[in-house]
Structures are given as structure tokens and as C-alpha cells.
Design a protein around this ligand. Structure first.
Ligand code: B3K
Ligand code: ZN
Length: 880
């Protein structure tokens, strides 16, 4: 236990169980913005009504309002109001009639808003971010998602600096004011919570196109950015059109307004925001051009554009009752965007990527001090709950419902959900209820996924009776303790499985199917399969049918057999991962015991077999041969031995490269494309295979490979190839060449902000000695700006999150460095500060000496003075 008593008033948690319907509803919200360089004035006219559904009627009207609002005047029903109370978070007015018009005028300073919540400036343009609780930094308001109103917004600004003035809905009026400024008035006919409000004002260029909806309406599509980035918007436009079509075809959802706008901004805390009719995007999730954007970048743009578009139904038309329900919109929308990306590209590769993220980072979150159910029961700061758990595990929970119901009944359920709750603010339970009502399936036990945190573990054993042909599979489920509960009730887990016969073919299971979904509902269960001709090899958790860990004592031969024969592409990949992981975990033990490291020959054979099989999908070959990351091995370890993991992974990479140099070289040569860049799945697969081969070949430190990589760097016509070459050299011991390429790269791309981010990350994540010194020097570089979250993520996130050996240096220098940066960021941008802290929260996983140093770093933050709620919550829960 840590003594927190020296901290003056501690932020308090709020609880789901305390939810109450709003005491007041808002019929209409009329906003007037006078944007200025020093001061911005916001006038708000609200029509408020006492809510008859609220049980606890009080004479007091309470509105949220951040302490940065400078209140100039309040009028109630046209009369100046002189009596009201204000504290740091709220404005309270007593003796208010049941139906009122409230006019407030406040002044704010967006140019000084470094938290990037509410109204702020990004590179000279005004923009907003209101989710979750940013609107209260703009004006006084019942800033909660279950208060929905129609908004009209007038923006007045200097014509030259801010020729483009945007808000939600449709533009209804524009003109000039007497003093040479101009204005635009917007009206959004769809009632919405304040978190979906948006405003943009700036000198922006745009591209325009249109979309004809399924009922034949034409929607104008516009994407705005700084004029220098105009040539990087086309891919986002195409992605938007594809998303709109897909949502009509797969979910029957049509877009509702006549205009859909996206704006790219450089200063943004997250990826993007689904504001009604006016999405605001981090440039990193909307700009795409072959010369400056990697394949991963193109796919991110497609996925995020789709995600924000899909929110128009799963989030905006049907929104969340309260922020505990965040996964209602995020889990469902991530599931929707994952399926979209799977349909547009390679389904198996998408699944492999998502599951890798989940198993590496979400499982770690679920095992740490911030673990929470996908519907948390309490929080201090909601911004801390935009997590992998709420998003990615939330999506897995929706996917399990899809698996349990099948596609037709799932669609019936989603139709019912949208129809029943259109225009409402609802709960995750309403979602599950719609799925139950449409399908007739009992999801009672399944609901535990919403209230219990932690990653369930399945221990699976089996036996086969060759006399009777009876095969039995025994499954035990358990779930480790998490902060909200030590004892867990059994989950309802859909376990998809197949059984392979001796030839590697699927045995027919129920109703001739080759994959069967078993319903696990008890702590221990056995499943019996009759009349099997031979002892099968089980292919468990096909397609990763549930977010669980599975233990089954596979032999190396069985894993090789599955890699070669499993009809489920995901499980072929997974068998290869398991083989590699098993081999590396055994080597880590050897390393710790001081034994000589010897590579398991079966791994060489398996890799060789995959490399030389040209009937395989190149995309899957690349995924399959990627060694599990150090972060993944760390997540699985009881006690993380950072150095042994690094040594072993390098040993395996180098040994495979030396023993299989020729096939790797052949793969590299075969995938050097000459055709011009295209971000389609087949071309991406070839490039990723080429990068994979390069990565192995670099481990040989062969002079010929070095000249090859230099050539790739010099001749690349796209960022994917160039950055792969740069990273390969910078992360290798060729220090001088690395510096030379880094300098060339910077001089070529210094005006491309997103490329500079990549340049920072390559350096920060390099395992070569001296990383901390490099990062310290880069903090002073002209390109670095602590107020820009993309820069912070690139440099500090790259070091603390992607450079385990340097961050976990035994002298604690990495930890102290992070603590110092978090303290600086806490004052500037609490959300970013709190996110950056994540690696320190995992202190329990390390050896005693590191645990001490990590805790000291956390304590250093706690003792540093007044902390934001964001940072306080993470630090205090980590030390508790
Ligand atoms: N809904 C936004 C999240 C914004 C959160 C800011 N604290 C992005 C998304 O999930 O689409
Ligand atoms: Zn979202």
C-alpha cells in the first residue's frame, strides 16, 4: 500500500450503479461563436425542460462547466441572473421554473488549450474534440450523452485567416458582418449529445465527390486538409465511398444527412472522431500517398474512415446512455470496421493482426492494475477507459454473439437494435436484449462478458479410445483475479474446433460440418465425439472464436502437422506462432540457466517448408514467418526477463537467417516488384514478404545484404520499402550507415510531418545501445514539439513502448526518464500523459530490482504536485 494521504483532495470515482436519468432535458441548443486570436466568445441559448422521468426533483439546475470558462453573463428567460454558484466543474442555479430559456456568454482561449479537448487550435486552425467531456470546456451544458438536442451553430471569424467555417449538419446561411468578418450558420436536424458537436475554422483546401444512397439520394462528400496535403486525400475518399456502400449492403444502413465532411488536423489526441456529419481526423488516419505513407498507413486510413463512418449508426443515431456503456458503440463499431477491412483485403491477415494486438496488449491490460470489464463499473476519469479492452475486447464480445447466432440472426438482431433504439441513448444490455429477442437465444450467462474483467484460460486435454472410436475433449475454464473481483463465474465461451484425421483432412462433425462451435458454460466440461476412425489432432479455437488463452499439450509434430494441414487459415498461422513461442520460451530458460543456445531443428524445417511452398498465399507466408515479438513473449512470461527474451529472439532470427539464407534471398528477389505502387492486398502481401525476408537477411550482417538494403532505400518509389530499409539498417549494428540514411531521410522528408514521426520512431525503437541518449537529443530537435501528440507518441511512445531493452535498462534510467516526461505532459495534455504511462503500470511482471525502480518512478509522478485526474487514476491504481 502506498500512502496517498499527502495528496490534497483526491479525485473521486463515479459508479455505474449511481446512474440517474438527467434532471433536465435540452430541446434546442443555439450556439454563436466569435472566434478571436486572444479571446473567443461563445454565446449559448438553451431551451431546457425539467425531466418528468427524473425521480429526484430538485429546485437546482446544475450544468457542467470547466474552470477555464470565463463567465460574462447569464440570462434566464431574458432576465439577467445574478445569483448562481460555481465551482471547478459546475454551475448551479436555484429556484428555476420547469421550462426555461438560458442564455450564457463565456470567453475561452482556444490558442492556449494544450489539452486538445474542447475548442483548440491545431497549426493555426480552430477545431474541436468533445468526446467524452470536452463540450464543458466550450460552454455551460448538461454534458452527458443521454441529453440529446438539436443544435444550430453560427461561426463568426476573420475572413482571411479562416475562410472555411464548418459545423454539424447543413449550412443554412452565410454572409459578412459589418466589421469585415464573415459568418456561416449550420443546422443539424438530428438530436445529438454534446459530445458529437464539432466546429472547424481555418484556411483549408478540400476535395469533393458524391455518393448515391440505396434510396437514391445524393450525398455530397468533402474532405478538408491544409492545401499542401490536397494530393493525399483521394484514398480516404474512396474508402469513405466503399464504407457507405458496405454498410448498406451488410447492415442495411443508409446515410442520413445530405453532406458528409472529414477534416484532417495535425494536433489530435486520438485517431479520429465521429462528430455528426463533420468527422475530425488526426492527419495520420486520413492522409495517404504512396511516397509518404506505408502500407500499414493506407490500411489504417481505410479502417479508420470506415470506423468513423459506421459510427453514424452505431454511436450517433443510437448512442450511449452513459460513459460506462462506451463499448456499446466502440466494441460494435470496431467489429463492424474489422469485418469491412476483412471484406476489402485479406480476411485472415486482418484477423491475425487483430488477434496479435489483442493477445499482446489487451491481455496485458487485462492482467494489470487498470484491468476492467468492457463495461467498467466505475472510473475516475473516463478518458482512461478508451482502452484496448473497451474497443478490441468489446469487438470480440460482439464477434462471439455473431458466432453464437450466425450471420442471419445477428443481422436480424442488429436490425431490431437500430429500429428499436433509433434516436435513443441506450446500454450494452439493450444491445444484447435486441440480439436475444431477434434470435430467441438465451444470452443470460453470456452477459458476464460485460461485467467480469480478465482473460479466461482454457486448459484442454483429450483421450481417444481406439476400440470404440470415441474421442473426448475435456475443457476446464478459469479466470484470474482482477481488481474488481477475485472470484469469477464461468463465462459462456464459443469454442470453435475442427478435428483433423491422419491425412490432415477435417473429420465431419455435427451435420457434416467441419468446424463445430462448442458452448462452454461450466467450469469443467467434456465433449464426446463418437465413431472417429483414428485419433484426431484437434484444431482449437478456430478463427480465435473467443478472447481466451488456450493450453493444450501440442507436440512439435502436431504443430507441424497443423501448420501444414489445418483448413482454418488462422489456426495454421497460430500453430506456427505456438511452435515459435514454445521454442523461444524453452530457449529463454536455457539462457537463464547459462546453457548454450541451440535452435530446435524442427523450427528450421517448418520455416523452410513454408518458405519453399509456392502454393501458399504470400500474405499468410509473411504473417506465419514473423517471429512473435518481445512484447508478446513478455506478456506470456510469469516474470519478464527482458534481456533473455531479447537475446533469444535475436538468436532465433539470426540462426534461421544463417541456415536459410538462400530461400530468404530467393523470397526477397522474387518479391522485388517493378510495377508502380498500389495498396491492394496482393501488392501489400508481396511487400511484406520482401520486408520479412530483408529482416532475416539483415541478421546475417552480410556485406551483400547491406548493399541490397542501401539500394532498396535509394531506389524505393514508396514509403513502405524505404522505411523498411531505413529501419533494417538503423536497428542493425551498422551505426555509421544508419546515421547516414537517417540524415538523408530527414532532409528529404522534413516537411512531411507524418514521415518525420516515422523517422523519430525508427530511432527511438532501435535496440542498438545508446537509445536513451538518442531520444534525449531528439527531444531538442527542431522537429520535436511536446504539444503535438503525434510527435510524443512517435518519440516517447516509440522508446517506452517499442524498445523494451532500453526502456527496462537495469539502472532504471528509462523509468526515470518516462516519469520526468509524464510530469511535463501532465500539465500540458493529461490524456497523452496518462496513456504514455502504460508501461510503468506493468511493474508486477518484472524482477524485484526493476519492480522497485518502476514503483519509484510512479511515486516520483505521484509526488510531483497537482496531478490531472487522468494521471492520478493510473498512478494511484498502479501503486495500490
Ligand atoms: N469516439 C472517438 C474517441 C474519442 C475519445 C476521446 N477521449 C474515436 C472513435 O472511437 O471513433
Ligand atoms: Zn469509435
Amino acid at each position: 500500500m502506498t500512502d496517498l494521504s499527502s495528496q490534497a483532495p483526491q479525485p473521486q470515482a463515479i459508479y455505474l450503479k449511481d446512474y440517474q436519468v438527467p434532471a433536465w432535458t435540452v430541446e434546442s441548443t443555439d450556439l454563436h461563436f466569435e472566434l478571436g486570436e486572444e479571446k473567443t466568445t461563445v454565446t449559448s441559448l438553451l431551451k431546457l425542460q425539467r425531466n418528468p422521468l427524473c425521480q429526484q426533483q430538485s429546485p437546482v439546475l446544475v450544468l457542467h462547466g470547466h474552470n477555464s470558462l470565463e463567465l460574462l453573463s447569464i440570462q434566464l428567460n431574458g432576465n439577467d441572473l445574478l445569483s448562481y454558484q460555481r465551482d471547478d466543474e459546475q454551475l448551479s442555479i436555484t429556484d428555476v421554473p420547469d421550462s426555461i430559456e438560458l442564455r450564457t456568454v463565456v470567453q475561452i482561449e482556444p490558442q492556449n488549450n494544450t489539452a486538445l479537448e474542447g475548442l483548440y487550435k491545431s497549426d493555426g486552425m480552430f477545431c474541436t474534440q468533445c468526446e467524452a467531456e470536452g463540450f464543458r470546456r466550450i460552454t455551460f451544458y448538461p454534458d452527458r450523452p443521454d441529453v440529446m438536442a438539436v443544435f444550430s451553430t453560427t461561426i463568426v471569424a476573420d475572413k482571411v485567416r479562416y475562410p472555411v467555417l464548418l459545423s454539424n449538419g447543413n449550412p443554412v446561411e452565410q454572409g459578412e458582418t459589418d466589421d469585415g468578418r464573415h459568418f456561416v450558420r449550420w443546422e443539424d436536424p438530428f438530436p445529438k449529445p454534446a459530445y458529437l458537436f464539432a466546429l472547424v475554422a481555418g484556411d483549408l483546401a478540400h476535395i469533393e465527390d458524391s455518393f448515391i444512397t440505396m434510396s437514391g439520394r445524393e450525398v455530397k462528400l468533402q474532405i478538408f486538409a491544409e492545401s499542401k496535403d490536397l494530393d493525399k486525400l483521394q484514398y480516404a475518399m474512396e474508402s469513405l465511398q466503399k464504407s457507405m456502400r458496405w454498410d448498406e449492403e451488410v447492415y442495411g444502413r443508409e446515410y442520413d444527412l445530405d453532406i458528409y465532411m472529414i477534416v484532417a488536423v495535425d494536433f489530435f489526441n486520438m485517431g479520429a472522431m465521429e462528430n455528426k456529419g463533420l468527422n475530425i481526423f488526426n492527419t495520420s488516419c486520413v492522409l495517404a500517398h504512396p511516397q509518404t505513407t506505408t502500407d500499414a498507413g493506407f490500411q489504417r486510413v481505410e479502417g479508420v474512415v470506415a470506423h468513423e463512418y459506421f459510427h453514424n449508426w452505431s454511436g450517433n443515431r443510437v448512442t450511449c446512455r452513459d460513459w460506462f456503456q462506451l463499448s456499446l458503440k466502440e466494441g460494435f463499431t470496431v467489429f463492424r470496421d474489422a469485418e469491412f477491412s476483412a471484406d476489402m483485403n485479406s480476411r485472415t491477415v486482418k484477423r491475425v493482426e487483430d488477434v496479435t494486438l489483442l493477445r499482446t496488449a489487451q491481455f496485458a491490460e487485462d492482467a494489470g492494475p487498470m484491468a476492467h470489464p468492457i463495461r467498467p463499473a466505475s472510473f475516475i476519469e473516463i478518458s482512461n477507459f478508451y482502452t484496448l479492452t473497451v474497443y478490441e475486447k468489446g469487438a470480440e464480445v460482439v464477434r462471439m454473439i455473431h458466432t453464437l447466432l450466425g450471420p442471419e440472426l445477428f443481422r436480424k438482431g442488429s436490425d431490431l437494435y437500430f429500429e428499436r433504439h433509433d434516436g435513443q441513448a441506450v446500454t450494452t444490455d439493450d444491445f444484447v436484449q435486441a440480439m436475444e429477442d431477434a434470435s430467441g437465444r438465451d444470452l443470460g450467462q453470456f452477459r458476464l462478458w460485460y461485467s467480469q474483467a480478465g482473460t479466461p484460460v482454457l486448459d484442454v486435454t483429450d483421450n481417444y479410445d481406439s476400440e470404440t472410436g470415441r474421442y473426448a475433449l475435456h475443457v476446464q475454464q478459469r479466470c484470474p483475479a482482477t481488481p474488481e473481483a477475485t472470484e469469477k463465474s464461468p463465462f459462456h465461451i464459443p469454442l470453435a474446433l475442427g478435428l483433423l484425421d491422419e491425412a490432415g483432412d477435417d473429420l465431419p462433425l455435427a451435420e457434416g460440418q467441419t468446424t463445430r462451435v462448442l458452448d462452454l458454460t461450466k467450469a469443467q466440461q467434456s465433449f464426446v465425439f463418437e465413431n472417429l476412425p483414428c485419433r484426431p489432432v484437434p484444431s482449437l479455437l478456430r478463427g480465435f472464436s473467443a478472447p481466451v488463452r488456450v493450453n493444450y499439450p501440442y507436440s512439435i509434430e502436431q504443430l507441424q502437422f497443423l501448420i501444414a494441414h489445418d483448413s482454418d487459415g488462422f489456426n495454421r498461422w497460430d500453430a506456427a506462432q505456438t511452435l515459435m513461442t514454445d521454442v523461444m520460451e524453452a530457449l529463454v530458460e536455457d539462457c537463464q540457466a547459462g546453457r548454450e543456445l541451440v535452435l530446435e531443428p524442427a523450427l528450421v524445417t517448418a520455416v523452410q517448408a513454408v518458405l519453399s511452398n509456392d502454393t501458399l498465399d504470400p500474405a499468410m507466408v509473411a504473417c506465419t514467418l514473423k517471429l512473435p515479438t518481445e512484447a508478446y513473449l513478455a506478456e506470456r512470461a510469469e516474470v519478464v526477463d527482458v534481456d533473455a527474451i531479447h537475446t533469444v529472439r535475436e538468436f532465433v532470427r539470426t540462426s534461421l537467417a544463417v541456415q536459410l539464407k538462400e530461400p530468404f534471398q530467393a523470397v526477397y528477389d522474387a518479391n522485388c516488384q517493378s510495377e508502380s505502387y498500389s495498396p491492394d492486398a496482393a501488392s501489400i502481401a508481396r511487400r511484406s514478404l520482401k520486408s520479412l525476408a530483408l529482416n532475416y537477411l539483415m541478421a546475417t550482417q552480410d556485406a551483400q545484404v547491406l548493399s541490397q538494403v542501401q539500394q532498396q532505400f535509394a531506389e524505393a518509389d514508396n514509403m513502405t520499402d524505404q522505411l523498411a530499409a531505413l529501419a533494417a539498417v538503423v536497428h542493425s549494428p551498422s551505426e555509421q550507415l544508419g546515421q547516414q540514411l537517417l540524415d538523408q531521410f530527414y532532409h528529404r522528408w522534413m516537411n512531411e510531418s507524418l514521415v518525420v514521426n516515422q523517422w523519430l520512431t525508427v530511432q527511438a525503437s532501435s535496440p542498438q545501445p545508446g537509445a536513451l541518449q538518442r531520444v534525449l537529443a531528439l527531444l531538442e530537435h527542431e522537429a520535436f514539439d511536446m504539444r503535438n501528440p503525434n510527435r510524443v507518441r512517435a518519440l516517447l511512445g516509440g522508446f517506452c513502448g517499442q524498445n523494451p531493452t532500453a526502456f527496462h535498462a537495469a539502472d532504471g534510467s528509462g523509468y526515470r526518464f518516462l516519469a520526468e516526461q509524464v510530469i511535463v505532459l501532465n500539465a500540458l495534455n493529461p490524456q497523452i500523459a496518462s496513456r504514455l504511462l502504460t508501461p510503468l503500470t506493468r511493474w508486477r511482471k518484472y524482477d524485484a530490482a526493476r519492480q522497485l525502480l518502476m514503483k519509484e518512478a510512479l511515486q516520483q509522478i505521484l509526488d510531483s504536485g497537482e496531478l490531472s485526474k487522468d494521471v492520478f487514476e493510473v498512478v494511484s491504481k498502479s501503486l495500490a
